[in-house]
Design a protein around this ligand. Structure first.
Ligand code: ADP
Ligand code: MG
Length: 459
């Protein structure tokens, strides 16, 4: 194991060196954290999650094209949540000016947990859908081989052969490549808009390598680069550092702290206004908010998006957990009372991404007591807490002691789509991700330092 990860790390170090040799910065490179063994996942729910993915892609895309729906769904939230409000203002400005690009590129990841309280029955419940910077498609393309190797070394050959192939990086890149091709300029680049400190670079690199295989040029740029060296020409073509950008692939820009200055916001607006294909564009970004997720769960809403497809509605709705509004009014009051009476049954969620923002247990009461009489409560939504059955495993991460713990897993499914005007050019499910964390933690993803990469072992 050490050897295999050693090789991977060496490879990482080399690519880190190549990307940073001009900066002369010494970077620490370590392996991505992972479970010692794969985690059993019931085959039926796994297949259910794959099967619904293209419908989720369609749903997200339809929402992004429905400004009235977005405005109504987000009205109460944007009044109190500055970050969502700011994004919404960019969306409104783009609507007013008219979208300059009709090519749409969506790279989504829909996340689920299994509710397993019911006599061992597993029910697939969506935690959220990520329309912005959905990560780990790259690294999860490598984890199958890691678990195959571990299981072989442990003498569990039969299980090792049952580890599923998985290559989201190739599928994500296929969609990016299609968008680049439709943009139609061979010299224009795919620009990865990345963080100041690029912690998850290797996950992104796998997608870049897939693009290189197709001779598609890529660049990694930060908001500061766009602020300093970005401009639009008279046709709204985006240039950064003298190079035309065909696709902006946002891997940064989903948290308030990603926008430390007005200039950063101006850079986001410039990219949105440009002819470049944005992944995601501002309206698709908003379609991925937790408030939209809650509104979708209201009776009759899914039907509006799929008026003549009751089976699709049923398939999507089957994955919804209970989601409740905290808007001002009797329904929101009912939600507050319900949460205060049984806080352990729920999760209170603000409009934030990236892990570590949700509120659980007694803290729900503290927060709600403070905001329940004011519009501030509309910054949150309430969700049923999902209860997967814990499974024992070892979580391997740098500097952490090796111990067996009770673990909970979250299954993600990657979906991609490309649309040009009214034509859907691509709509595919391209792979999965299993993340596992100790049951001691209520919240937090891999990037937040809580969960680790895993593989499903179908049972
Ligand atoms: P984020 O955008 O921060 O990733 P999520 O909604 O995905 O927000 O929540 C973060 C983490 O919190 C999830 O990965 C999961 O571990 C936990 N979590 C979120 N919602 C629920 C829920 N309804 N039941 C149980 N755990 C949840
Ligand atoms: Mg999440």
């Amino acid at each position: 194991i050490e050897y295999q990860w050693g090789c991977l790390c060496l490879f990482f170090v080399m690519s880190a060196f190549f990307s940073y040799n001009s900066l002369l910065v010494f970077q620490l490179v370590t392996y991505a954290p992972f479970t010692l063994f794969p985690t059993p996942v019931p085959k039926a729910v796994f297949l259910q999650a794959l099967a619904v993915q293209t419908h989720y892609n369609t749903l997200v895309d339809k929402i992004s094209q429905d400004p009235d729906f977005l405005e109504e769904a987000l009205a109460s939230t944007i009044a109190v949540d500055d970050f969502t409000g700011r994004l919404f203002r960019i969306h409104q400005q783009i609507l007013k000016e008219g979208r300059s690009q009709s090519i749409v590129l969506g790279l989504n990841r829909s996340d689920y947990m299994l509710d397993q309280r019911n006599n061992g029955l597993s029910s697939l419940k969506q935690i959220e859908i990520n329309t912005f910077a959905a990560s780990f498609g790259g690294l999860s393309s490598r984890t199958p081989d890691v678990h195959r190797q571990i299981l072989k070394m442990a003498g569990r050959l039969e299980e090792s052969q049952r580890i599923l192939d998985n290559d989201p990086a190739a599928g994500l890149a296929r969609a990016v490549a299609k968008a680049w091709e439709l943009y139609g300029s061979e010299r224009a680049v795919v620009m990865f808009l990345v963080e100041e400190s690029q912690r998850n670079i290797f996950d992104q690199r796998y997608i870049e390598y897939e693009l290189w295989k197709r001779n598609i040029p890529t660049k990694r740029k930060r908001f500061d680069d766009v602020c300093e060296k970005g401009s639009l020409d008279q046709d709204k073509r985006l240039f950064v550092d003298g190079q035309e950008v065909a696709v902006v692939y946002f891997r940064n820009g989903y948290m308030p702290q990603n926008y430390p200055s007005e200039k950063t916001w101006e850079a986001r607006l410039m990219m949105e206004r440009s002819l470049a294909v944005k992944c995601p564009d501002i309206s698709t970004h908003l379609a991925g908010t937790k408030k939209v997720q809650q509104v979708l769960a209201k009776p009759g809403v899914l039907e509006k998006f799929f008026p003549d497809k009751p089976q699709v509605v049923e398939q999507i709705r089957a994955t919804f957990a209970g989601l409740y509004t905290l808007d001002i009014g009797p329904e929101g009051d009912k939600t507050v009372a319900m949460a205060l009476a049984a806080p352990d049954q729920f999760v209170l969620k603000p409009q934030r991404e990236g892990g570590g923002n949700n509120i659980y247990g007694s803290e729900i009461c503290q927060v709600l007591q403070g905001v329940k009489e004011s519009t501030e409560r509309t910054a949150y939504i309430l969700m049923d807490k999902i209860h997967p059955a814990p499974v024992q495993n070892c979580l391997l991460r740098r500097d952490a002691p090796l111990q067996i713990s009770n673990c909970l897993s979250e299954l993600g499914v990657f979906g991609v789509y490309v649309r040009q005007g009214k034509d859907t050019v691509m709509n595919d499910c391209v792979g999965h991700l299993l993340r596992t964390k100790s049951s001691e933690h209520s919240d937090g993803g891999v990037a937040a330092g809580v969960a680790v990469l895993d593989n499903p072992l179908l049972v």
